[in-house]
Design a protein around this ligand. Structure first.
Ligand code: 4NP
Length: 172
């Protein structure tokens, strides 16, 4: 039996209750729609630990549910040191998340840390923190995450396929 390679991705924001749980749920949904979920291990975490153990913010749960995605059983946690060795790719939602991750990461892990939208090919933009805003902020964050997740799934699917066939990928 052929064992297909797996790729692991950690989505990171500040509190792990608004953006990164949504990114985990949406990315999982994008993978499922393409029949790729068995190829990826996904998780999310926050650079801060204030909400550790909490379910996602109700506004993230609501916008996900409106698109048929259930993220209500996720539990917030803080980024841990072993995340930097466990995950192939660590994607921060905004520049301060990326800066905090790079400051905490062992040197050899830093190249695996990227700005989520930049990794999706959307240069220079961040997923803004919607925590202090209204429902429209969550709808806009959902759309950014959805578009970026589609782009990243396409990029990584090509890369997994290339590594299976023994060709180096030029997308790294
Ligand atoms: P998140 O949003 O980083 O997208 O989960 C936030 C959630 C909570 C706080 C800040 C941002 N907070 O300050 O408690």
């Amino acid at each position: 039996m052929r064992v297909e390679p797996q790729k692991s991705i950690l989505f990171v924001c500040l509190g792990n209750i608004c953006r990164s749980p949504l990114a985990e749920g949406v990315f999982r949904d994008v993978l499922a729609s393409r029949g790729l979920e068995h190829r990826f291990v996904l998780d999310s975490a926050g650079t801060g630990g204030w909400h550790a153990g909490s379910a996602p913010d109700p506004r993230s749960v609501e916008i996900a549910a409106r698109h048929g995605i259930d993220i209500s059983s996720q539990q917030a946690r803080k980024v841990a040191l072993d995340d930097f060795s466990r995950f192939d790719l660590i994607l921060g939602m905004d520049r301060s998340n990326v800066a905090d991750l790079k400051a905490a990461a062992p040197h050899e892990a830093r190249e695996r840390i990227h700005l989520f939208l930049e990794f999706a090919g959307d240069r220079g933009r961040e997923v803004p923190d919607p925590y202090y805003g209204g429902a429209e902020g969550f709808a806009s964050v959902y759309r950014m995450i959805r578009d970026a997740s589609e782009a990243i799934a396409t990029r990584l699917d090509g890369r997994v396929a290339a590594s299976e066939s023994g060709h180096a990928s030029s997308t790294t």
